[in-house]
Design a protein. Structure first.
Length: 156
């Protein structure tokens, strides 16, 4: 779906869930340091100028400020595709190894992920047990039926 400016539509509920990843202390706003501590899990090569750009040169951003800023986007950048690229293995960008995903989840603070948990993730993504997640699998995993998502939350 597109917004009025032709950019990517941002669902408010999904945004709130994502915001809590950055605002782990539940302050109601994020700082450059919050952004750095969360994003460094994915890319430790970002510099201060990159973080300032992402923060729109502000010291802090509330949930509403960031949502309004992101809703005004006019580009065709697909955030799901970009997130997938972070997870993709060895620069191939076409598949993500299931163990790489386990590592990212662990870095995000989700400890004790068992092989059975990873099997559930594979089932949700629809990977056919081939240990690789394609972009289509990744998108499917993010659009999963709410009843399945609720069951999957039990291991997180």
């Amino acid at each position: 779906a597109r917004n009025a400016g032709g950019g990517i539509h941002i669902d408010r509920d999904e945004f709130k869930q994502a915001f809590t990843l950055f605002d782990s202390a539940r302050k109601g706003y994020i700082t450059l340091q919050d952004l750095r501590s969360t994003l460094s899990v994915f890319d430790d090569q970002l510099g201060v100028s990159d973080y300032k750009f992402l923060m729109n040169n502000k010291k802090s951003l509330t949930e509403d400020e960031l949502y309004k800023m992101l809703c005004d986007n006019q580009c065709s950048l697909d955030p799901v595709n970009e997130a997938f690229k972070y997870f993709a293995m060895d620069g191939k960008k076409s598949v993500m190894d299931i163990e790489k995903l386990r590592g990212v989840l662990t870095k995000l603070g989700i400890d004790g992920i068992t092989d059975e948990d990873m099997k559930i993730i594979q089932d949700i993504a629809g990977t056919n047990n081939d240990d690789e997640i394609t972009l289509a699998h990744f998108k499917h995993m993010l659009r999963v039926d709410p009843s399945v998502a609720g069951a999957a939350e039990s291991f997180i």
